[in-house]
Design a binder for this molecule. Structure first.
Ligand SMILES: C[S@@+](CC[C@H](N)C(=O)[O-])C[C@H]1O[C@@H](n2cnc3c(N)ncnc32)[C@H](O)[C@@H]1O
Length: 254
């Protein structure tokens, strides 16, 4: 795994840590522009480093990036059945298949693509989410069950719209999963993930995102949508793969 950081939006979210984790916390605070501190105010949403793991917390609930949550879905026999893996068609692109996840979030979809054999570039523009993802990737790289997959994932902290417009090499596949407004209301979302949703804003740049993906020259653009949600930026897909709660709209380019 290699992590390259670009200058992106900085926020002075507080990062609280004790003495033992201070070196790691200091490094993260420096990279993402967080304010290193000893304690947070009541009810405040803040970051904390504990026992070498970066958490987002409100003092009550806490969550971290963690690929163990989906490791089971990468096992032989299960991975090929994943809707995203079916939509991405890795075998059509050979052993050196490449993918861009332009809206990486906590990187779970990218992890599935990397498990399927893609070398994946992940873009995340929110500093808190990028820091949680970088931390999950760092721990995955040190875990022998995940290191192989993590080694095919490269995180870029920054805006994928700009990056895709300037992409020197055409990726085989681009995945777009911008935040969809209705997800805020979903009762299915686990409580601790609601912490993350306080940071994620519905995407206001759907057309720019789609146009930038087209300009990057990928063979396939995959858009993850709620099952009944409208298509992205009014663009009709070539076909869709439907799951129980979500679908992938697939756009094919020669
Ligand atoms: C719904 S989440 C993606 C979840 C992801 N598919 C996963 O498996 O964890 C959307 C993410 O895209 C990020 N995002 C939205 N627009 C972006 C852009 N132009 N460049 C980089 N990241 C972006 C948001 O900050 C948010 O974290």
């Amino acid at each position: 795994m290699c992590i390259m950081l670009r200058i992106g939006r900085k926020e002075s979210m507080r990062l609280i840590t004790g003495e033992e984790d201070r070196p790691l916390a200091g490094q993260i605070a420096e990279q993402y522009g967080f304010l290193l501190d000893k304690e947070a105010a009541e009810g405040e949403l803040y970051l904390s480093v504990k026992d070498g793991v970066l958490y987002l917390t409100d003092g009550d609930l806490s969550m971290c990036g963690d690929f163990n949550r989906i490791l089971g879905r990468t096992q032989k026999g299960r991975l090929a059945g994943e809707l995203l893996v079916k939509a991405a068609k890795r075998k059509a692109f050979g052993e050196r298949a490449t993918a861009v996840d332009a809206t990486a979030g906590l990187g779970e979809d990218a992890f599935l693509l990397a498990a399927a054999g893609f070398a994946v570039q992940l873009y995340e523009s929110d500093p808190v989410i990028a820091a949680l993802l970088a931390d999950a990737l760092r721990r995955a790289a040190a875990d022998e069950t995940m290191a192989g997959i993590a080694s095919r994932m490269t995180l870029y902290f920054g805006d994928s719209i700009k990056a895709m417009k300037e992409m020197a090499e055409k990726p085989d596949v681009i995945l777009l999963d911008p935040m969809f407004p209705e997800r805020h209301k979903s009762a299915l979302i686990k409580k601790k993930f609601q912490l993350l949703q306080q940071l994620e804003k519905p995407c206001g740049e759907e057309k720019e995102l789609f146009d930038a993906a087209v300009s990057a020259g990928a063979h396939r653009i995959l858009v993850k949508r709620p099952l009944k949600g409208p298509v992205l930026a009014g663009q009709k897909p070539d076909y869709s793969l439907n799951g129980k709660a979500i679908r992938y709209d697939c756009y094919i380019f020669p």
